[in-house]
Design a binder for this molecule. Structure first.
Ligand code: PD2
Ligand code: ZN
Length: 285
């Protein structure tokens, strides 16, 4: 009997069986019933499944960790205060997995007021970066109004950017411009990751400007009457939005294992204003 050929169609069929959870023994039995010689069928199965398993292992591999901003580099006890270049800030909470640090006294009330005033006239319904194309779009998951400052656009932005850089030990040049969000009653920001999803087709384009996001600082510019906390659902943590406070978190892998899923809980009463600074791996131009 002449040798039977292992066609691409046969390989595809074997992979479909594996994806459907059919055990290799059952696939072999079907192949034999269809007239395949046992030795040819086993060789085809082994070869095809090895390739399939290698591909799946590569796709499921955790990305390698990258350096991230960090307010407390090195070991040692947790200080109650940290020097942020131009002022001392309070360390209110520090969590390691996910890496989350809450700062009190990060900004003065006057700085918060000035930032809201500067942003107020430029607010529009928030857009998020659309990772399938890299374009911005209005997103139903974020029902706030927003605007972006250019990095270093005015002396106040420069001062806050320098403060963040000093506090989390990350270059000003790696930061995106500060974003302002205003949430009205009922508005929220559904849980999401701030890094760009590596599986989305638009992500390589986005990453050309400074690489992945590796850290976030959300600064609270006012204290909403009720609601509006920043939630971390993986660890059931909710950070209270308090005027002048800020929450920092970092993610060394663009992967859910970072446990940095987070959201802005609905504002129940009053308004909520925040300023967000995202930090990239490299220089953001
Ligand atoms: O306003 C917030 O609490 C919030 C929550 C989640 C802001 C962001 N994400 C963000 O700006 O990325
Ligand atoms: Zn976010």
């Amino acid at each position: 009997m002449s040798a039977q050929a292992i066609t691409p169609e046969l390989r595809q069929w074997i992979i479909e069986q594996a994806r459907a959870g059919v055990q290799p023994e059952a696939v072999l039995a079907s192949m034999k019933t269809s007239g395949w010689q046992e030795d040819v069928a086993i060789a085809a199965l082994e070869d095809t499944l090895r390739g399939f398993l290698d591909e799946r292992a590569t796709a499921n591999r955790l990305p390698d960790p990258v350096p991230v901003p960090e307010p407390l580099p090195g070991a040692g006890g947790m200080p109650a205060r940290l020097w942020a270049g131009d002022r001392e800030v309070d360390v209110v909470l520090s969590m390691h997995n996910p890496r989350v640090v809450v700062f009190g006294n990060f900004m003065t009330h006057a700085e918060c007021d000035e930032l809201m005033e500067l942003a107020g006239r430029r607010l529009a319904r928030s857009e998020t970066v659309q990772t399938d194309t890299g374009a911005s779009e209005v997103n139903a998951a974020r029902t706030s109004d927003g605007m972006f400052f250019e990095r270093g656009e005015n002396p106040l932005c420069q001062r806050i950017e320098a403060r963040i850089a000093a506090l989390v030990n990350w270059p000003v040049e790696n930061g995106e411009g500060i974003q302002i969000l205003r949430y009205r009653p009922g508005a929220e920001y559904k849980p999401h990751y701030d890094y760009f999803d590596p599986a989305q087709p638009g992500t390589p384009t986005i990453l050309k400007r400074g690489g992945q996001r590796v850290g976030t600082v959300v600064m609270y510019l006012n204290t909403p009457k009720v609601g509006g906390g920043t939630t971390f659902p993986d660890v059931q943590l909710e950070v209270a939005p308090v005027k002048g406070h800020a929450v920092f978190f970092s993610y060394d892998r663009a992967h859910p294992s970072s446990r940095t899923l987070h959201g802005g809980a609905p504002v129940v009463e009053g308004e909520k204003w925040v300023a967000t600074k995202w930090m990239r791996e490299g220089v953001f131009r």
